[in-house]
Design a protein around this ligand. Sequence first.
Ligand code: ADP
Ligand code: ADP
Ligand code: ZN
Length: 215
Amino acid sequence: MNIVLLGPPGSGKGTQAKMIAEKFNVKHISTGDILREHVRNGTELGKEAKKYMDAGQLVPDSILIGIIRDRLSKPDVAGGYMLDGYPRTIPQAEALDKILPELKQKIDVVLNIDVPDEELVRRLSGRRMCKCGRSYHILFNPPKVPGKCDVCGGELYQRDDDKEEAILNRLKVYKQQTQPLIDYYTKAGLIANINGAGEINQIFDEISKVLSKFK
Ligand code: ADP
Ligand code: ADP
Ligand code: ZN
């Protein structure tokens, strides 16, 4: 089963993706995590991407299309995968539609997670991340030991782009460049709408019900 997770920044894609990956045994492919790893390792790609990321802007399509083509060509995706944070623009979706048949793959479902803007700002401003890709929230989803990841014990940090100015920019960018994908995938008959405003576990139950149809 191959899944695309669509939703604004802060809608809970990363949080749900970790739970989905475990239950449904699919690889979690987060382009944000891949880019942050490049930034941490100081690669050329990382240096280029950081300028855009810190400002809350999208990294150019050509870079992302290259990343996703490489990632989907690796043998470990054969058992199924979930794309979190890709595609984020119409050209990225069109590129994916070209890459998939070349790799003899297809997308089964696009989960569209919907959350009101005020809630997104509350979530992003209290988010804390671990290098392993897990995210926490100082109030809504705190770690067991303050400042430490429950799963790997890593030190939690606040992302540079989870500061107010970058947050507002990312929400604007989402509306302009990513929201049109809802229409794109509705026309393709792939969208499943998920109300992302409730409790983490309740949202996961709703997603599980949808996904169990595709297993
Ligand atoms: P969030 O979880 O807040 O939605 P991500 O971790 O997915 O954010 O992405 C962080 C940043 O990385 C984005 O704001 C953007 O700068 C960059 N990025 C990630 N995925 C893409 C993509 N598909 N296209 C362009 N930029 C991307
Ligand atoms: P995304 O990957 O879509 O940007 P995250 O999964 O990182 O979103 O979640 C954003 C923030 O909101 C994190 O701090 C996370 O702990 C918190 N969060 C996720 N889901 C919920 C929820 N259902 N209710 C409240 N807070 C949530
Ligand atoms: Zn961790």
